[in-house]
Design a protein around this ligand. Structure first.
Ligand code: GTP
Ligand code: MG
Length: 583
């Protein structure tokens, strides 16, 4: 890591020059110089210095969740008129109590997220808020924390009513991304740039917790004291801007309350309805919450109850935040997986940088999709990155079994008979001594998986080594906690072959002398940018390149394997496909 840190410092003056050049390009594609953009730059330069070099104590996942949740409970969401005086707006709201912070964003209208210092301010605001009269339609009264602000004299806008600065909640366009990558100094710089552009911003994270909190208010109408927690990529540190919002309706707090209060000779229990199985209970709960969201949830649209899935869920769009939401219950293991990924993401700054690039690469080549199917998922790709980093010498990441050995009594966790114990205090895990660059790791990732014996081996982050596949699915990635399950059971042979072909091709591209550094003209995509372009697997082109330059033994082998692999990609390239960067 020391070598990388020196490299980064040495590159700083150049980076500073580059940012001067990049400013106008930024302006072409996004709101120029917004507070969010500045914040994103500040935060990202900070995040480059985190990871194993960072000596400041890192917060536990549960501490982050608790803090964010509590923050969200003091926050409101307000739909605002398009033109508004920020000063007057804040003065008006301050009547209800001091404001900690706020931001504006656009999503089919202008919205403000306002965090009060005290929860009481929200009650005060709700007390002066009226239910609108709808003319011919009828409004269902619901006192939520989602408001609509109207100006009393809309026909008389004052000069103070100006446009407010809005934070950005969408990833960069393909064009902008390619430009940023082409201007980078090195492949390491490219991976860090991609991370900076795609990672969830502070504002986006706040909006995710707020959305969960608003849904919790609705669910609480049925299940008092329930909790709606975000999980998956919204909180595991691997989320890209635009990713879905996975929510977990946690009813366990209700049970805990009653067991703690037992005293004397009696035991009091609630009268409850019994159903034949846990699964039926889950389906019934989600069904009623789905109805509730559909009928009374402000801003919840397109509600679908997908109750027969392996993991029953309610899917809907939260219009105001723009999030596609998946609400599940009885899914505690997924919450634990999120915590595990959060730990892996925080252990070393290279983990997230590599995972984000691999996920973008997979999306650009349609290896992943937002529609369920026989494709590989982002969750599987992240586990593949973790596994690969466990296989380095020395390892960059520890195995899950090792994290289990570091656990103390408080970390012990058994869910539905599965041992989900691992150390939760990040500060007690020793950083890796491995100093490999991101450039090397990217190349080696593609070579490793381009030549992985998927036909006989399974990927297993618990032990950090390849194991014999226990079943015949083309791709076997062991579920870290429910170890008899394969998280990539859905992946078809043809999708796996496509992944292997593209991995080999990408390794080959990175091994080309002209593709691993900025081109002298500055116009040719190189490094990571070249990998995000449509596949160049074309036998004529390859043959030419082979004749031009004698390849090393390793590259020769790679070329052989590309030639011998399926023609799926060889025939599909016209050089005109655009890069898809959306989640
Ligand atoms: P995105 O593609 O950015 O949404 O990544 P994600 O990690 O949020 O994936 P997704 O929304 O598909 O799933 C949410 C979470 O559910 C994941 O982070 C995992 O914790 C868990 N999960 C997803 N797929 C599986 C699976 O096949 N098996 C198990 N056990 N858990 C899964
Ligand atoms: Mg998700």
């Amino acid at each position: 890591m020391a070598a990388r840190a020196v490299g980064f410092l040495a590159a700083l003056p150049l980076c500073a020059q580059r940012s001067q050049v990049l400013r106008p390009i930024h302006r072409l594609f996004s709101c120029p110089g917004t507070a969010a953009e500045v914040k994103r730059e500040e935060r990202s330069s900070g995040s480059l210095e985190t990871g194993s070099e960072d000596k400041t104590p890192k917060k536990k996942f549960s501490e982050v969740q608790k803090e964010r949740r509590e923050q969200a409970q003091r926050t409101v969401l307000i739909h605002c008129p398009n033109k508004i005086s920020e000063k007057k707006f804040l003065k008006y709201l301050s009547q209800h109590g001091p404001i900690n912070n706020h931001f504006f964003y656009e999503s089919f209208g202008l919205y403000a997220v306002v965090e009060f210092r005290q929860k009481e301010s929200i009650t005060s605001l709700q007390n002066v808020t009226r239910t609108p009269s709808m003319g011919t339609e009828a409004a269902i009264p619901f006192k939520s924390r989602f408001f609509n602000l109207k100006t009393k004299n809309p026909s008389n806008p004052t000069s103070e009513q100006s446009s407010v600065q809005c934070s950005i909640h969408s990833p960069p366009s393909s064009k902008k991304l390619l430009e940023l990558l082409c201007y980078a100094e090195s492949i390491d710089d490219q991976l860090n740039t991609l991370l900076k552009e795609f990672e969830l911003t502070e504002e986006n994270t706040k909006l995710r917790y707020l959305t969960c909190s608003l849904i919790e208010d609705i669910a609480a109408a049925y299940f008092l004291d329930c909790t709606v927690r975000p999980f998956g990529s919204s909180v595991n540190s691997f989320g890209k801007l635009g990713c879905d919002l996975d929510m977990f309706l946690d009813l366990d707090e209700i049970g805990k309350f009653s067991t703690n209060k037992t005293s004397g000779n009696f035991l009091m229990e609630f009268q409850v309805k019994n159903v034949p199985s846990e699964r039926i209970a889950t389906q019934k709960i989600l069904s009623v919450i789905g109805e509730c969201l559909d009928n009374f949830g402000p801003g919840c649209v397109g509600v679908q109850k997908i109750l027969n899935a392996r993991c029953p869920l309610v899917r809907f769009s939260h219009q105001a935040s723009g999030f596609q939401c998946d609400l599940t219950t009885n899914n505690r293991i997924a919450l634990k997986s999120s915590e595990l990924l959060y730990i892996y993401g925080a252990l070393d700054s290279r983990v997230r940088a590599l995972a984000f690039s691999i996920r973008c690469w997979a999306r650009a080549h349609s290896l992943t999709s937002s529609i369920p199917g026989s494709w590989i998922t982002n969750f599987s790709l992240t586990l593949m990155v973790i596994f690969f980093l466990q296989r380095r010498s020395p390892p960059i990441l520890p195995t899950l079994d090792y994290l289990k050995t570091l656990a103390d009594a408080e970390d012990k966790c058994i869910i539905e008979g599965h041992n989900c114990t691992f150390v939760r205090d990040l500060n007690s895990i020793k950083p890796s001594g491995n100093t490999e660059t991101l450039e090397l790791l990217l190349k080696e990732f593609f070579e490793y998986f381009g030549n992985f014996a998927f036909n006989k081996n399974s990927i297993n982050i618990r032990q950090g080594r390849e194991q014999n596949k226990p079943e015949s699915s083309p791709l076997h990635i062991q579920n870290p906690f429910e170890t008899s399950l394969n998280i990539s059971k859905n992946v078809s042979q043809s999708q796996l072959q496509k992944f292997v072909d593209l991995a080999r091709e990408s390794a080959w591209i990175l091994n080309q002398e002209d593709k691993d550094r900025p081109s002298s003209s500055g116009s040719q995509p190189w490094g990571l940018a070249a990998l995000l372009l449509p596949s160049v697997m074309n036998s004529v082109c390859l043959a030419k390149k082979v004749r031009k330059k004698p390849a090393s033994e390793r590259i020769k082998n790679l070329l052989e394997s590309i030639k011998s692999s399926g023609s799926e990609n060889a025939t599909s390239t016209d050089g005109k496909r655009t890069v898809s960067t959306q989640a």
